[in-house]
Design a protein. Structure first.
Length: 444
């Protein structure tokens, strides 16, 4: 690309703090129709300063700033490093009106501002069923019982002295994009897809612990994982996932111990499976011969089908992708070159390709997959695009190495209807209008 092309396109970030306390109250009461108008008003308000800044030129390079002519802060001024004050707006956010109780709610990861595939631990999305605790690791225990030769209780020292593995995997809540099943509900990618993160997890394969306890792998074809939180979150996991060696009893995340809100000191990692099965504050594993039908798999995290039946135990997260920039709430300030970037993932394996459409799905072109491309991990994609200033609709479509192709909303609703909550992996569409404003739309 030419130097002029590279400098032509300029994008204004999405203002995430766009709701007043009064508007939050309206959302809580179910009045969501003003959301998009309020967001576009906020976007328009920040667009003008960006243009003025461009008009000033690059005078800053001609004069040395204060930080170039003075002594900086000393080593270890912050014993534990923190982000720059100028990045303070990039935080997890709770969607207004989503739940009535903070202890049983969601905080969404700011996908629009992240790079690569690793989610910083401090920005990892949160989903709790009865709040979180900072547990004393010296008091935490893991019990293994059921169809085993010897019931055992492990402390953290017992687990952390065993041979460990470290692997990069995505985790996605089964309800991610759940508010979009019937129609457009939220304005930005943080709220449409932000129940998604990807980390390097360190721990001990669960298979090794079960073998140590003498598990009966012939009769015991399921395990029940139980958490130590107030909701006693329990989930059934098929034994074949454990036998694969992929399921980890994890204590590490991104090179350090798990954060408290992510399950410190011990959680289960079940690659490719919806996040609710990644039981946090793991306290017990029971080996059994049949599914346990716990409340959060018999009543919740199920698929409402068009005929009214509930489909259970559909835990694998199928191929999905989303463009994170340009995305809802952002503004393209000028015509010209832009880098379309986003994330793709599949609970069945590796992402094989991602296609991009700039005309609402009429034509598709291949995006560039950035390395590493790992199994059951986020994959970053990029696509070079020149915007001519005309209205357009941006989409991404993922294909995994099993041949599964991410469906459009029309295809998904034909099978699943519109009344579900979980496992929405439809193609996401972002509409760009002449002013450069980007908004969330759906294309059937």
């Amino acid at each position: 690309m030419s130097h002029d092309d590279m400098r032509a396109g300029r994008i204004r970030r999405a203002p995430e703090n766009f709701l007043t306390e009064g508007q939050i109250a309206d959302v809580t009461k179910g009045r969501r129709d003003f959301l998009r108008k309020a967001f576009l008003t906020a976007s328009a308000a920040v667009a003008a300063p960006g243009v003025a800044l461009a008009a000033k030129g690059e005078d800053a390079i001609l004069n040395l700033p204060p930080w170039s002519t003075s002594l900086g802060k000393p080593v270890a001024a912050n014993p534990y490093g923190v982000p720059s004050q100028y990045e303070s707006n990039l935080v997890r956010r709770e969607s207004p009106g989503l739940t009535r109780v903070g202890g049983s709610s969601v905080a969404f990861a700011p996908l629009q501002g992240l790079f690569g595939i690793i989610t910083p631990s401090g920005l990892h999305f949160e989903r709790h069923h009865q709040g979180w605790h900072d547990i004393d690791p010296g008091q935490h225990r893991l019990m293994i019982n059921g169809l085993v030769k010897k019931n055992m209780v492990f402390n953290m020292d017992d687990i952390m002295r065993l041979p460990s593995v470290s692997r990069i995997h995505f985790i996605e809540c089964g309800a991610n994009t759940g508010m979009e099943w019937g129609n457009v509900a939220v304005p930005t990618v943080q709220y449409t897809h932000g129940m998604l993160s990807c980390s390097e997890f360190t721990g001990v394969p669960l298979r090794d612990l079960l073998e140590y306890c003498g598990a009966d792998f012939k009769k015991g074809r399921y395990i029940l994982a139980e958490g130590a939180d107030g909701s006693s979150m329990t989930r059934t996991i098929p034994m074949e996932l454990v036998e694969s060696g992929e399921v980890i009893v994890a204590y590490g995340q991104n090179g350090e111990m798990l954060r408290p809100e992510n399950g410190y000191p011990l959680r289960l990692v079940v690659p490719g499976v919806q996040g609710v099965s990644w039981v946090k504050w793991l306290r017990r594993i029971e080996v059994g011969d049949q599914p346990y039908a716990a409340k959060d798999e018999a009543v919740h995290y199920i698929d409402m089908m068009p005929d009214g039946q509930h489909r259970q135990y559909t835990s694998t997260q199928e191929a999905k992708s989303v463009i994170t920039s340009p995305s809802g709430g952002q503004i393209l300030l000028t015509k010209g070159f832009y880098n379309i970037t986003g994330l793709a993932w599949s609970g069945k394996g590796k992402i094989k390709k991602v296609d991009i459409s700039t005309d609402g799905g009429i034509n598709w072109q291949p995006a560039r997959l950035e390395t590493p491309v790992l199994s059951k991990a986020l994959t970053r994609f990029n696509f070079e695009w020149n915007w001519d200033g005309k209205p357009c609709i941006l989409q991404s479509r993922a294909t995994d190495d099993t041949g599964f192709v991410q469906p459009g909303y029309g295809q998904l609703r034909e099978v699943r209807g519109t009344k579900s909550i979980y496992h929405n992996n439809a193609i996401q569409s972002w509409k760009v209008i002449e002013s450069g404003e980007v908004s969330n739309v759906q294309v059937l």
